[in-house]
Design a protein around this ligand. Structure first.
Ligand SMILES: Cc1ncc(COP(=O)(O)O)c(C=O)c1O
Length: 384
């Protein structure tokens, strides 16, 4: 049996969940203004770092009294700096429903050896958000990139909390509304929703997080790369573009380009609308096809960036090799790259829907997904 190939192909087959697609208008020559071979501490370098900080504040609507720092080691660096610098002052609750959240649990429980209360849920589900005690410090991931499950909003976070909220928002920032009054520490990396380069992370601190930094010293040693205070005072320079160590000015220039592009599509609300439209095209496809479904069980928790899918056809014999074979067919056809589920996640696909992806490309890719599914079902029957 021959299964007909769709006529149209996506103009851009890049649907990776990180590094994510560059902004559609990106070209390398648009970075020609980069301050290469200059000191990041010279005015030209420092001005660009400041512009990256203030552009982030403007686009994400971050309050003027929150500090925004550019830190080493991408989102991982930003999260770990926060965990190592802030935790241990009071009880900690760790929330995890996929592999990145689980990684932060390992950091806190096995490395820092904090006796934390760990709340976990399986892939596709979320923890009971009503059960959290905000007298504790609470660490969570806004959007679980490897399960496609996100918190529905910030309403579950207490306004009058005594503890801090530490939120890994790397696949949420620039695609979802983040309620800054509920978030004491927020992190993300440039390589995600804006399609920037990796290497640097963003660390956003509320005044309460700064207060903690200035009033509490952890029992464990902190390497220079994690140190946010000196003599009990916040190192303000970090939050004004005087980075702890040398940043990549090329990555900075690329981020500035991405911020400009974000402004050109209507800023945060424009970016959210683009991600929503992309994800909706996939949700509709799942509704129309009974062999595929969203991994996220509750529609209120479905991600609009890292949309994770599972195959549900009872004819499928080996779920993991079936999903891999479908992803491979799509890659060979150059219609969808890097859409296999994350290595620790259940078998399936993960399609990035952040704002740098064009809805027309998602729409052009989906008939290919149906084609690849049918081709693989046929191949499985032939092999039997
Ligand atoms: C939720 C989450 N946290 C952390 C990371 C790690 O980010 P990075 O590699 O930029 O440090 C990722 C990357 O995919 C992620 O999705």
């Amino acid at each position: 049996m021959t299964i007909e190939r769709p006529a149209a192909r996506p103009a851009n087959p890049r649907f990776s969940s990180g590094p994510c697609a560059k902004p559609p208008t990106f070209e390398l020559n648009k970075l020609a203004g980069v301050a290469l071979g200059r000191s990041h501490r010279a005015a030209v370098g420092k001005d660009k770092l400041k512009a990256a900080i203030e552009g982030t504040r403007e686009l994400l609507g971050i309050p003027a009294d929150y500090r925004i720092g550019i830190v080493p080691a991408s989102d991982t660096g930003a999260v770990e700096m926060a965990l190592w610098s802030l935790l241990g002052e009071r009880k900690v609750e760790m929330l995890a429903w996929e592999s990145f959240g689980a990684g932060w649990v390992t950091d806190v429980v096995k490395q820092l050896k904090i006796d934390a209360e760990v709340k976990t849920a399986d892939y596709g589900q979320i923890v009971d958000l009503a059960s959290i005690d905000f007298n504790n410090d609470v660490v969570f991931t806004w959007n679980g990139t490897t399960s496609g499950v996100r918190v529905p909003n910030g309403d579950w976070i207490a306004d009058d909390r005594a503890g801090l909220t530490i939120c890994d928002a790397t696949s949420a920032a620039f695609a979802m509304d983040l309620p800054w009054d509920k978030l004491d520490v927020t992190t993300f990396s440039w390589q995600k929703v804006l399609g920037g380069e990796a290497a640097h992370g963003m660390l956003i601190l509320s005044p309460r997080a700064v207060e903690r930094l200035e009033s509490y010293t952890p029992a464990w040693p902190l390497p220079k790369i994690f140190r946010l205070t000196k003599g009990g005072k916040l190192i303000e320079g970090i939050f004004q573009g005087a980075t702890i160590n040398t940043p990549s000015m090329l990555a900075v220039e690329d981020y500035l380009f991405a911020l400009d592009w974000a402004r050109s599509v209507g800023g945060l609300q424009g970016l959210i609308a683009r991600a929503d439209a992309n994800a909706q095209a996939i949700f509709d496809f799942c509704d129309q096809n009974d062999w595929i479904d969203n991994l996220a069980e509750d529609p209120a928790t479905r991600s609009n960036t890292s949309v994770c899918l599972k195959f549900t056809d009872p004819r499928i014999r080996d779920g993991a090799s079936f999903a891999k074979a479908v992803a491979k067919r799509l890659e060979v056809e150059n219609v969808a790259l890097d859409i296999g589920a994350y290595r620790d996640a259940p078998a399936g696909l993960r399609i990035w829907c952040g704002g740098t992806v064009e809805t027309s490309d998602i729409q052009a890719m989906l008939p290919w997904l149906k084609w690849a599914f049918e081709a693989e079902i046929a191949a499985q029957a032939e092999a039997a």
